[in-house]
Design a protein around this ligand. Structure first.
Ligand code: ARG
Length: 434
């Protein structure tokens, strides 16, 4: 490994201890290396504004930072354990290419605010992706909810309860994912604050141009308190994982429904063939593995959130414990977004087995309709309820699911799905900009 930035004469740290300190940190830093470079460019501009680097030095530093980004993208530069971390690699490269100008780049900054700013920039991109996926899922659900409805048993306790429909099922998930898109946007607003310039967590004796770096990096505001900039590490990562988890909770239910609906026992749904796999031993099998992994992905997001929460039992100020939050956040975000990205196509193409679903509507499922009709005609509801319970099977005779749905006048239920209202709510969420 190259000399750590903090190496002073006298102490040599044992290789085993160095390995423990470093862990896989430098490899994790690959994930937001480009964001670290972007923030470094803004920092260099800020330093030029206060004459810590000359205009020429700033131009050279920015040129080298761009070249480093290009080399990293092309693979000509590999971020590996030659460096303690990504932050050190940036300074090493600038020093190697530019000498003194490179040695000036860390003026007024700490790796503590460097990692904070890179993480926030990275997470902002991920929240845009989250919002985009949630929107796409909501849009497909709205489209499918507008297609002719097929009757579907509505379940409570997994027992057949009342008549529902494919359109109601889709409309339910549409509204859920509209909320999830809104949550992504609100979380983006929450984390959209610039920590760069707070240094090690206590500010510095330099008039850093924080307004410039805030604007140049596209943040809507600055994190004012350097102490809070550090205290908020972990907290803002958790906020993002919670926003993803909210979408993943809905996805877990949806995946659960589909894995039940695709069993021979239900046989309501046929998944597109490429979302199923075979068995290595049982030639007869087509398994809904993708749906199962969509369901499982919630666990990765929730676990990442929990790991970060456990790390945050800390006093004020930077502590190295916080480094472990990176692995969790990268892992949780990756699993969540990879799963959500698949959902629109899956939902657009799944096929309902209309006849089987229709046959699953039993006459007893009209009992609630019957009781409520009588109550509306003046019979006390409890009496109507008892009468319908006694005659449950015969009470429903001659009724159709279509008529039951048409009579369901609660907003959003039956035929009155209020899809336009939901679409307007989705349109009112500011679209993601990237
Ligand atoms: N890899 C470190 C982290 O993620 C970067 C900050 C190191 N700061 C320090 N004072 N050792 O937290």
């Amino acid at each position: 490994m190259t000399q750590p930035l903090w190496q002073k004469s006298g102490i040599q740290i044992d290789a085993k201890i160095m390995r423990f300190l470093a862990g896989d940190d430098v490899l994790l830093d690959r994930e937001f290396f480009l964001h670290d470079i972007t923030a470094s460019k803004a920092h260099v501009e800020g330093l030029a504004h206060i004459d810590v680097v000359s205009i020429d030095e700033a131009a050279a530093l920015k040129r080298e930072l761009d070249a480093l980004a290009d080399d990293f993208r092309s693979g000509a530069f590999v971020l590996d354990d030659r460096y303690e971390d990504g932050h050190s690699a940036i300074e090493a490269r600038l020093t190697e290419r530019l000498g003194d100008a490179g040695r000036r780049v860390h003026t007024g900054r700490s790796r503590n605010d460097q990692v904070l700013v890179a993480t926030r920039l990275w997470l902002k991109d991920k929240l845009v992706a989250l919002e985009t996926h949630c929107r796409a899922i909501a849009e497909v659900c709205l489209e499918r909810a507008a297609q002719p409805a097929v009757p579907l048993p509505g379940y409570t306790h997994l027992q057949r309860a009342v008549v529902s429909s494919t359109a109601m099922w889709f409309a339910g998930f549409a509204e859920g994912f509209i909320d999830n898109a809104l949550r992504a946007r609100q979380t983006l607003a929450l984390i959209d604050a610039n920590p760069l310039g707070t240094a090690a967590g206590y500010g510095v004796n330099l008039k850093l141009d924080r307004e410039h770096t805030t604007k140049a990096l596209g943040f809507s505001r600055m994190q004012v308190s350097p102490i809070y900039a550090q205290l908020s590490r972990g907290k803002f990562e958790m906020a993002v994982l919670e926003a993803i988890a909210s979408a993943m909770l809905d996805l877990r239910r949806l995946a659960w429904d589909l894995s039940l609906f695709t069993t021979a026992e239900f046989n309501f749904v046929k998944l597109p063939a490429e979302y199923t796999t075979g068995s290595s031993i049982m030639p007869n099998k087509r398994n809904p593995d993708v749906v199962e992994l969509l369901r499982a992905s919630y666990a990765s997001v929730a676990a990442a959130r929990t790991e970060i929460e456990q790390l945050l039992s800390l006093p004020t100020g930077y502590q190295r414990d916080l480094q472990f939050s990176k692995g969790s956040i990268f892992h949780g975000v990756r699993h969540g977004l990879m799963a959500l990205e698949l959902v629109p196509d899956l939902l657009a193409r799944l096929q309902w087995n209309d006849e089987v679903m229709r046959a699953a509507i039993e006459p007893t499922m009209y009992a609630t309709d019957v009781a409520i009709e009588q109550a509306a005609a003046g019979v006390p509801f409890r009496d109507a309820y008892r009468a319908a319970a006694e005659a449950a099977a015969s009470a429903g005779a001659g009724r159709t699911p279509e008529a039951s749905l048409a009579a369901r006048t609660s907003p959003g239920a039956g035929d009155d799905l209020r899809l336009d209202e939901l679409a307007a709510r989705l349109a009112a969420i500011e679209p993601p900009v990237n």
